[in-house]
Write a protein that binds this ligand. Structure first.
Ligand code: AVJ
Length: 322
C-alpha cells in the first residue's frame, strides 16, 4: 500500500531547532568555524540545490544521469529481480526513475529525506510514473541511525541506492562508518549502488562549486539565512563571500564563507567575532581515485562487483555487494 502517511512517528530533524542550534554553537566554537552541510537542505536550500544540478559548470548530476541512462540495463541485471530500493538523501527523487524503469518487478521504493516538504513535493511525479510501486517515504536524517517503517515491503533483496556523490560530503572515516551503517540495513544478498565523483582537473572542480550565476554562493549563504530566520541569530549573510577551493592533499573541494571585514555573529546568547578574511567551513566534497574507491568499499565491508563510468571517467557508479 503506497500511502503518503508515515508508518511510524516521523523524525523530522529539519524542523529540530534545538539540534540545529546545538550544532551551530558547537561548530562556531571550532577553529576554523564549521557548519554541517546537512543544514543546507531546508526547502529553499533544496530548491537551490536542484538549480545547481542544472548549471553548466556542475557536471556531476548530468554525468551520473548519463551513466544511469546508458548502463541501466546492465545495472538492473546486476541487481536482479524483486529488489526494494532504499535511497538515503533522496532529494527530488529525480534519479531513481531512470533505474526503476529497467528493474524487473521492483518490490518497493523507500526514499529517506531530511526535508519532508521536499520529499512529498516530488513523490507525486514518481507515483504517476510507477502507479503499482509501493512507495514508503521516510522523513529522517540519514547521517544518524534511522530505522525503516515496519510496513516496508518484503523483498528478495534490499538495495541501498546512494547516488549523487553524497558520500563525498563525509571525511574518509565517517564515509566508512556511514557505508557500514547502510550495510546493516542489508541482508547477505543485498547491495549498495553508490555514485562517486572522481578526481580531475582542479579548474573543472572549482568551477563546479563556484558557478558564474552565483547559485552555489546563494546555496552556501542559505546556512546563514537559516541561522538568522530559524535561530534568531544576528548575522548578515551578505557580509560573507562564497569561496570554493581544491585541497589536493585531502582530495577534496572545500566550500567556505569568508568574512568581508570584521564582524560578529550573535546566536544562542553567544557572540562570535570574525576578523577580516576569516572563514567558516561549510562543506567538504571528497573526490576519489580508483584506489580510493576500492579502499572505501573494502573498509566498509563491501566488494566492488561491478562499476560503470562515463568516457572521461569523471564519475563512477559502483555496485558493491556484501
Ligand atoms: C550533494 C554532496 C553531492 O558535494 O557536489 C553542490 C553538494 N555543494 N554544490 C556536492 C553541493 C555545492 C553536493 N552533494
Amino acid at each position: 500500500q503506497a500511502g503518503v502517511e508515515y508508518a511510524e512517528a516521523p523524525i523530522n530533524h529539519a524542523e529540530d531547532t534545538q539540534g540545529f542550534l546545538h550544532d551551530v554553537l558547537e561548530g562556531l566554537a571550532q577553529s576554523p568555524a564549521m557548519l554541517s552541510p546537512k543544514y543546507f537542505y531546508d526547502a529553499t536550500g533544496s530548491r537551490l540545490f536542484d538549480r545547481i544540478c542544472k548549471l553548466p559548470e556542475y557536471y556531476l548530476t548530468r554525468t551520473e544521469m548519463a551513466i544511469l541512462e546508458r548502463s541501466a540495463p546492465a545495472i538492473a541485471d546486476q541487481l536482479g529481480p524483486g529488489v526494494l530500493l532504499i535511497e538515503p538523501g533522496s532529494g527530488s527523487c529525480a534519479k531513481v526513475g531512470r533505474l526503476l524503469r529497467h528493474l524487473c518487478a521492483p518490490a518497493g521504493y523507500a526514499p529517506v529525506e531530511i526535508s519532508g516538504e521536499h520529499l512529498h513535493a516530488n513523490l507525486s511525479h514518481l507515483r504517476g510514473a510507477f502507479p503499482d510501486l509501493p512507495i514508503t517515504p521516510v522523513c529522517a536524517d540519514f547521517t544518524t541511525p534511522f530505522s525503516l517503517p515496519s510496513d516496508i515491503p518484503e523483498t528478495r533483496r534490499r538495495v541501498v541506492f546512494f547516488p549523487g556523490s553524497t558520500i563525498g560530503n563525509f571525511p574518509p572515516e565517517a564515509a566508512v562508518d556511514l557505508l557500514r551503517g547502510f550495510r546493516g540495513l542489508l541482508d547477505d544478498r543485498g547491495g549498495l549502488l553508490l555514485g562517486v565523483d572522481r578526481r580531475k582537473d582542479p579548474r573543472i572542480l572549482e568551477a563546479a562549486y563556484d558557478d558564474a550565476a552565483g547559485v552555489t554562493a546563494a546555496f552556501n549563504r542559505n546556512l546563514l539565512v537559516r541561522m538568522r530566520d530559524e535561530l534568531g541569530a544576528e548575522v548578515n549573510p551578505a557580509g560573507f563571500r562564497h569561496r570554493a577551493l581544491w585541497n589536493d592533499e585531502c582530495s577534496r573541494i572545500e566550500m567556505h564563507l569568508v568574512s568581508r571585514g570584521r564582524q560578529t555573529i550573535r546566536v544562542g546568547g553567544r557572540t562570535h567575532g570574525f576578523h577580516d578574511d576569516e572563514h567558516i567551513v561549510t562543506e567538504y566534497s571528497y573526490k576519489y581515485s580508483a584506489e580510493g574507491m576500492q579502499r572505501l568499499a573494502a573498509q566498509a565491508g563491501f566488494r566492488v562487483s561491478a562499476q560503470w563510468s562515463d568516457d572521461r571517467e569523471w564519475f563512477s557508479v559502483l555496485w558493491l555487494t556484501t
